[in-house]
Design a protein around this ligand. Structure first.
Ligand SMILES: Cc1cc2nc3c(=O)[nH]c(=O)nc-3n(C[C@H](O)[C@H](O)[C@H](O)COP(=O)(O)OP(=O)(O)OC[C@H]3O[C@@H](n4cnc5c(N)ncnc54)[C@H](O)[C@@H]3O)c2cc1C
Length: 407
């Protein structure tokens, strides 16, 4: 009987397995259904692996998790970003921080992280098998777990660590259903919005750094990028994460409000217009936005939607045009007709409810010696390295708790 079987060879599975082994547990085996381990690490961050965020205050870090938030405070006090940083540095990986706080290996190559994890695993005695899908799991008669794999093998383990990732796939859910575990139903998070609107047509690549977007009670701030299918960028992705469930219920058809000024407010915009009227009255309105951050082509479209023509100068901008322009800039209404996959990063909202898990150990409250880590839990973050951070944290805690069994 193995001491520990880890189902799923992703970030959480490797980190959990390495932690067990580095704390003296022998016979730790990872079973991975795919042909390669750490497949998502490889493709993450556009192949560069944004493995964490430079946020070293657990109280602040939790704010980036629409699912998990308060429950993650305790776990982050055990293992937070500074611990991740130290661990990778002590295993020979140098990291760098980009302006927005995202952290990457200095090589800009996710292979560096894969090599680090596989080296740490093999040197601490962890074994792994690829193309080895776990088909069934059941409790052993006396103790432990019996695991049946796609290759027809039956394995036994005293402890089971389930790190099967986002539970949208049946294979990832199977160990949960086999062991009678509940899970919050899966819906996608971190997606972009499909919008067919002539104000945006042909503007792909145009971005506004400080925007605010909202729908209903949900609101997020950040860069917004026009794509050929609608809107994307960190501000949109964050809103998609905050509203993952709500927007799924609406079948991704809803009204989006965009404030291209980033919440500066109507007084600020009115004073900018006033300034143009006073100092540049003869200048054409469409020629340049009074707000530097608005790209000219977007400004032209918003002005045109406000009824401004190429001939309109600041001195003859009518009151009603000014009102329309203010609305376009501060509260533009856009009809979202669907969602698109964000190629750079996506996660599943849903998974094992955190109240079914002891967050000090990641052990199931209903099945002793069964542990969870990573995206299979009902935890997901916004973009920026937060999803890997929660995989490292929960993998670490589970690994330590399992190792504690063997004293
Ligand atoms: C394109 C993309 C880019 C991303 N970029 C980033 C980024 O830069 N930064 C960031 O923080 N997050 C990023 N993420 C999110 C991040 O990759 C995940 O949150 C993270 O990989 C979760 O780790 P995990 O170990 O829980 O699950 P996973 O990495 O999904 O690993 C789960 C593993 O379990 C295996 N498995 C499932 N069921 C079974 C079974 N029955 N038997 C055996 N094996 C099974 C799967 O094949 C998989 O290899 C990205 C996601 C995507 C899709």
């Amino acid at each position: 009987m193995s001491k520990v079987i880890v189902i799923g060879g992703g970030a959480a599975g490797f980190f959990g397995a390495i932690t067990c082994a580095e704390h003296g547990v022998e016979e730790v085996v990872i079973l991975e259904k795919g042909p390669e381990v750490l497949e998502k690490v490889k493709i993450s961050g556009g192949g560069r692996c944004n493995l964490m965020h430079a946020c070293f205050d657990p109280g602040k870090l939790i704010e980036s998790y629409p699912r998990g938030r308060k429950s993650l405070l305790g776990p982050f006090h055990h293992w937070q970003a500074s611990d991740t940083l130290e661990w990778f540095q002590s295993h020979g990986v140098e990291l760098k921080t980009e302006n927005d706080g995202r952290m990457f290996p200095i090589t800009d190559d996710s292979r560096t992280i894969i090599d680090c994890l596989t080296k740490a695993a093999s040197s601490s005695g962890v074994r792994w098998h690829t193309r080895c899908k776990v088909q069934n799991v059941r409790l052993g008669l006396a103790e432990g777990f019996i695991v049946e794999t796609s290759s027809g093998e039956t394995l036994e383990a005293a402890n089971l660590l389930v790190t099967t990732g986002g539970i949208r796939s049946g294979a990832a859910r199977k160990p949960l259903t086999d062991l009678g575990h509940r899970f919050a139903p899966p819906v996608p998070s971190l997606f972009t919005f499909q919008i067919n609107d002539k104000r945006l047509a042909g503007l792909q690549g145009v971005s506004v750094q400080c925007s605010s977007v909202r729908t209903g009670q949900l609101r997020s701030d950040g860069p917004v990028l026009v794509t050929h299918r609608g809107l994307s960028g960190p501000g949109i992705l964050k809103l998609s994460a905050l509203g993952a469930r709500e927007l799924a219920k609406k079948d991704y058809k809803f009204e989006l409000r965009v404030d291209w000024t980033g919440g500066k407010g109507p007084d600020d915009f009115a004073s900018k217009i006033q300034d143009q009227r006073r100092n540049h009255g003869a200048r054409k309105v469409m020629a340049r936005s009074p707000l530097e951050q608005i790209p000219r082509r977007l400004w032209e479209r918003l002005s045109s939607a406000a009824g401004v023509t190429e001939a309109t100068s600041w001195s003859n901008l009518t009151k009603s045009q000014e009102r329309n322009l203010t609305e376009q800039m501060l509260d533009g209404h856009f009809q979202v007709q669907g969602k698109s996959l964000n190629k750079d990063e996506f996660v599943t909202c849903g998974g094992v409810p955190l109240h079914d898990v002891n967050l000090k150990t990641m052990e199931s409250k209903s099945v002793p010696n069964l542990y969870f880590a990573g995206e299979v839990l009902d935890i997901d973050g916004i973009t920026g390295g937060y999803n890997f951070q929660s995989a490292w944290t929960t993998g670490r805690i589970a690994g330590r708790a399992i190792a504690a069994h063997f004293g």
